[in-house]
Design a protein around this ligand. Structure first.
Ligand code: SIN
Length: 207
């Protein structure tokens, strides 16, 4: 971690804001468009302009609900759980790739500011095509990191959290729906989805 990253990720820092670091991470001067890979809310909440979009995969990363959300699906006192990517040998993560102009990163850096850093990696498309793209990943060193828990515990946590962008439950269910529609194989997200639905069913069955 660079000195600048650690300063912005210090426990107790008011916002844990990574947007200033992200602005310095890649140089897009002279570039007209950049591929962005979305694997979480960026799949289903597309509040940014794009030139084209295509389903894509990345290799060696797995989606996990291990990142805390202070600014969207929770609060600083009661963070929600949102997805990040963790390295896993040969894992395939399916998501959506968007070709965007470099100017769009201003909005994205603000949206993903709670611990996510931009990384460059290879995106794979259908027909053996591939391209370099940018992915936002929150790693274990960021101050909002929550880490692993079993799926039932994650579902209980999610069921009790909400923030300025809505309930944490809505985040997980919308993501699961988008992944079902993409035909993605994601036992972790689908496992948490199933636990969440069970919790709702048992709550509504109570007298
Ligand atoms: C992403 O969607 O690619 C990043 C995580 C999120 O915003 O949910």
């Amino acid at each position: 971690m660079s000195q600048m990253e650690s300063k912005f990720n210090m426990p107790g820092h008011a916002t844990h804001d990574t947007s200033a670091i992200n602005r310095l991470r890649q140089d897009f001067s002279g570039v007209d468009s950049v591929w962005l890979f979305g694997y979480g809310s960026l799949i289903y909440k597309v509040d940014f302009p794009y030139i084209e979009c295509r389903p894509a995969t990345i290799r060696g990363w797995s989606r996990r609900l291990w990142q805390g959300s202070h600014d969207h699906r929770g609060t600083f006192e009661h963070p929600g759980r949102v997805v990040t990517l963790v390295p896993e040998h040969d894992a395939i993560c399916m998501g959506m790739a968007y070709r965007i102009t470099p100017a769009t990163f201003e909005h994205l850096d603000h949206r993903e500011k709670n611990g996510y850093l931009r990384f460059a990696m290879t995106l794979n498309f259908a027909d053996n095509e591939s391209a370099e793209g940018i992915v936002y990943i929150a790693n274990a060193e960021n101050a909002a990191w929550l880490g692993p828990a079993d799926e039932a515990a994650i579902a209980r946590h999610v069921a009790g959290a909400s923030g300025p962008s809505g309930s944490n439950r809505d985040y997980v269910l919308k993501l699961a729906q988008a992944l079902h529609e993409l035909g993605a194989d994601d036992p972790h997200v689908f496992g948490v989805e199933a636990c969440l639905r069970k919790l709702t069913a048992s709550a509504s069955a109570r007298p």
